[in-house]
Design a protein around this ligand. Structure first.
Ligand code: NAP
Ligand code: 8YV
Length: 322
């Protein structure tokens, strides 16, 4: 019997809760992620919604003539051609706010791991070196007395700043527009901030303007006691400059959760001892990923029920469904 429910496409892998909840009220069409969608013309015509946790480019958008909504699993929606979607009147949604706390917690944990080398200290214990060789070496850096600059003070950046307050560090930020009535130092340029702080945390989206903004000049301004943490996008970092700065002592240490070409991590990082590396896990707890999955599904449900999704991205129009 034909399934007369609204068809929602899921390209590639996505959180299982998205499948489970969508399947209760939509005809879920699962396809492999390849260069182009492998669906017949009838199916392509039936697809009106997409739930995706990766990319959805112009060619994929054009393959579905009746597409109305693309729900992205993640707050960053750089994998989706939003400009093209907007030009066709297709709404794109993302998953803001539900992950702020988790990502901010991870940023602080990564900063502490980078400064105090806790992962290495645990390895020392597990490898039996404590008993054989004695105490783990003192960490060269500490949180005490740091001056922290946050590149991007949006939803997540602000939660990072709030978590830094009890550490009694000086807090500043750089964004294009200053945020009123916050007790943090505002820097109109990233360079001015890097010259004034010794700790830089980056949490900006992937946009043409943020490409490789963390470059040799910024790293050198942070200095040999300087620490760089990235929980935003690897796109914002000049990896060659960072690897060189860490290797020759221009920069003290770094902690990275995100990379330019995931899951490929430049080999240069793997041999350095002053970098702490995580495989893009900032939001990766079960409760937070469940909340993100729910928001993906709720956006699709709300769109088809009311013509108004919960969290559309600013670039795409929300015209009530005709
Ligand atoms: P958001 O609320 O939109 O905040 C973005 C911030 O970046 C704003 O303060 C914005 O301020 C600033 N910004 C944007 N472009 C800038 C530029 N060219 N120069 C300086 N500042 C700029 O976004 P969010 O929810 O905090 O998320 C931020 C990003 O974090 C996401 O887009 C995603 O890429 C990343 N993320 C990573 C993980 C992870 O697992 N590691 C998890 C969640 C999110 P202005 O507009 O005033 O410049
Ligand atoms: C996720 C993220 O890891 O929300 C984002 O922008 O980078 C992370 O929360 C990712 O979106 C899911 O794969």
């Amino acid at each position: 019997m034909p399934d007369n429910r609204i068809a929602v496409l899921v390209p590639g892998k996505i959180h299982p809760r998205v499948f489970e909840r969508l399947a209760k009220q939509f005809d879920v069409i699962s396809v492999d992620r390849g260069n182009s969608p492998k669906v017949d013309a009838d199916t392509a015509e039936r697809v009106r919604g997409v739930a995706v946790g990766g990319g959805f480019d112009a060619a994929w958008i054009d393959s579905f003539p009746n597409l109305e909504v693309i729900a992205n699993f993640g707050v960053g929606y750089d994998g989706i051609d939003v400009k093209h979607a907007a030009s066709k009147g297709i709404v794109v949604t993302n998953t803001p706010d539900v992950l702020n706390d988790e990502v901010a917690d991870t940023a602080i944990a990564l900063l502490l791991n980078t400064l105090r080398q806790f992962p290495k200290a645990e390895d020392w214990l597990r490898e039996g070196r404590w008993a054989k060789e004695g105490a783990f070496p003192l960490s060269p850096f500490s949180m005490k007395g740091r001056r922290v600059g946050i590149n991007g003070l949006g939803r997540i950046g602000l939660e990072i700043a709030r978590r830094l307050e009890p550490f009694k560090v000086r807090i500043g930020y750089h964004t294009r527009s200053p945020r009123d009535s916050l007790p943090y130092d505002y820097y109109p340029t990233l360079k001015e901030m890097a010259q004034s702080v010794d700790t830089l945390i980056s949490i900006v989206p992937k946009t043409p303007e943020t490409h490789k903004v963390i470059n040799a000049e910024i790293l050198s301004a942070l200095g040999p006691q300087g620490v760089f943490i990235n929980v935003g996008r690897g796109w914002s970092v000049d990896d060659n400059a960072l690897i060189a700065a860490l290797g020759n002592g221009t920069l003290g240490a770094a902690g990275l959760d995100v990379f330019y070409d995931e899951p490929n991590v430049p080999a240069g990082y793997l041999t350095l001892t002053n970098v702490s590396l995580l495989p893009h896990v900032a939001s990766a707890s079960m409760p937070t990923r469940n909340a993100m999955a729910d928001l993906v599904v709720d956006n699709i449900i709300e769109w088809f029920a009311k013509g108004q999704p919960l969290t559309p991205v600013p670039e795409t129009p929300v015209k009530p469904r005709g």
